[in-house]
Design a protein around this ligand. Structure first.
Ligand SMILES: Nc1ncnc2c1ncn2[C@@H]1O[C@H](COP(=O)(O)OP(=O)(O)OP(=O)(O)O)[C@@H](O)[C@H]1O
Length: 512
């Protein structure tokens, strides 16, 4: 009988470490053990196996809670794909997702209820109904569980580049991800990982898949804590964290406060970052603040899950700028293709990154057009059917096989006929001594880019942020970049807005 390696690993931990806490929050007394999580997800799986419409994913709507985790596990045990939807999503986006899936069963685990028409779902079950089912005695047949090419989860991309697309991730890919990334989650007593990232963002799979298969306690922040840095720090103080998981932007926000230190997190020994560029300055600051910690840069689009990792040392961060995103997981291969000809390029040559291997998704839910545009069928080394994913990222491999991601190709614009990489302008700005970080956005009129706007954080937050400061930055930038790449407008900020996933929110910045 084929099975899910992840579920087997989780069940085995639940037997050997039944009393270990699997999930807890900063709220006193809010915790669930591995034994309880296993039992509750078995009972809910029995319920879902009768209630979930055949062939459709079940939508799990809510934020962070043990009931969310119970529901994910229950769906996988029942052989039903799950699609997490976060309460932070706007209602039209939620409606779009329900419509795209097509009348799914919805587990509404939110406090305020689903903010869109009930007619978009076949049935909506509230948190109390789900809790009652999870507290029941239903028998969970191990033969129901997802395995092989069965869809384990359906994650909708953020839609920053258009309408959200449902990435279908098969069970065998989740197993391959677990097999590889368990190494960042070494077994040990009382290991605690930071469950900060929303479940709708694939970076959360580090703690859900690698963490839960290793007996880690996932530590989540209550929603109220997420609203302020002071409350976040108070919660972190109670966390006992050993393993940090977040985007670089989120840890940068924490680093601004000197209280973010080993005194706050005395047990922290690993930091896993993913989802965005890890700047050298940030890496060095982390290593200075947390001496002895293992800092990992990891990379991967939702369509492939994370596929690279590298231990970032002080030596590496001082020697190579920008930092590599890492070595590829052994089941995955990267090919760099020329942007014009599509030809495969050699080491050191920059082009578009294509990924192929055992964690590449099957494509988008009910969108064969988009799937065909981004995925090419191919044969895996063992002869089985596989796919190559066209990432839309610019990058190169070095002679050692390390991958470098140099930004998204859709961050490329044309101004007066000149092709400009926004990432190159951002790097030019960030290399000026006065600039800590920069995001460059195109300003458009009638569908044409007229000029660039630079959004800037200054290294010294006390220095003046007036017209003259902007002129000075532009003058300095002209030494490094051609005139057409120099932004016309400089906007200073205290901090950049972040998306719910913890990435810099470029859409929100464009409104400022
Ligand atoms: N370590 C990293 N360094 C640099 N860039 C990274 C890193 N990790 C991820 N990325 C970027 O994030 C992308 C993956 O993020 P994600 O799948 O969330 O898509 P997105 O482009 O942010 O938004 P959307 O959901 O709209 O597609 C990668 O393709 C890459 O551009």
């Amino acid at each position: 009988m084929s099975s899910s390696k992840f579920l087997e690993a989780f069940r085995s931990i639940a037997r050997s470490h039944a009393d270990t806490i699997a999930y807890r929050t900063s709220r006193e007394g809010e915790a669930v053990t591995y034994g309880e999580l296993n039992r509750a997800s078995d009972a809910l799986a029995a319920f879902l196996s009768k209630r979930a419409p055949e062939g459709l994913p079940v939508v799990i709507y809510g934020h962070k809670s043990s009931l969310m985790l119970t529901s994910f596990l229950a769906a996988a045990k029942a052989g039903v794909p799950y699609a997490p939807v976060d309460v932070a999503y706007p209602s039209d986006r939620i409606a779009d997702i329900l419509e795209q899936i097509g009348q799914p069963l919805v587990l509404d685990l939110s406090d305020d209820g689903l903010p869109c028409a009930p007619a978009l779902s076949s049935q909506i079950l509230d948190a109390n109904t789900v809790r009652d089912a999870a507290a029941g005695e239903g028998f969970c047949d191990p033969r129901w569980q997802v395995s092989g090419n069965d869809i384990f989860y359906l994650l909708f991309t953020s839609g920053s580049t258009g309408r959200p697309k449902g990435v279908q991730m098969p069970s065998r890919c989740v197993d391959a991800f677990m097999d590889y990334f368990q190494k960042l989650f070494p077994a040990g007593e009382d290991r605690v990982s930071f469950n900060r990232v929303p479940y709708t963002f694939d970076v959360s799979l580090f703690d859900i898949i690698a963490g839960l298969s290793r007996g880690y306690t996932l530590y989540a922040l209550e929603s109220e804590c997420e609203q302020s840095v002071a409350a976040t720090f108070e919660a972190l103080h109670k966390s006992n964290l050993t393993t940090w998981v977040s985007t670089p932007s989120f840890i940068e926000m924490c680093l601004v406060d000197p209280a973010f230190s080993p005194e706050l997190l005395p047990r922290l020994d690993s930091i896993v970052l993913c989802g965005e560029v890890l700047r050298n300055a940030t890496a060095l600051k982390i290593l200075e603040r947390f001496p002895g910690v293992n800092l990992y840069n990891t990379y991967g689009p939702t369509e492939t899950q994370a596929v690279t990792d590298i231990l970032v040392t002080r030596e590496l961060a001082e020697a190579i700028n920008p930092l590599p995103v890492g070595y590829l997981s052994p089941g995955v291969r990267a090919v760099i293709r020329d942007l014009e000809t599509g030809e495969a390029l050699g080491a050191g040559e920059t082009g578009e990154v294509y990924l192929e291997g055992n964690t590449v998704s099957l494509g988008y839910w009910k969108r064969p057009d988009l799937t065909d545009a981004a995925f090419t069928p191919c044969a895996a080394p063992d002869g089985s059917a596989s796919r190559i994913y066209k990432t839309g990222d610019k990058g190169h491999l070095d002679a050692e096989g390390r991958l470098f991601c140099l930004g998204r190709l859709d961050f490329q614009v044309k101004i007066n006929g000149f092709r400009v990489e926004l990432g190159d302008v951002e790097q030019g700005l960030a290399s000026l001594p006065a600039v800590k970080e920069a995001v460059v956005l195109p300003a458009e009129r009638d569908g044409r880019v007229t000029h660039l706007v630079a959004h800037v954080l200054l290294d010294d937050s006390a220095s003046p942020r007036d017209f003259r400061a902007g002129q000075k930055i532009k003058a300095e930038l002209k030494h490094a970049l051609p005139d057409y790449m120099v932004p016309k407008k400089i906007v200073f900020h205290d901090e950049f807005p972040l998306t719910v996933n913890g990435k810099i929110d470029r859409k929100a910045l464009a409104q400022r």
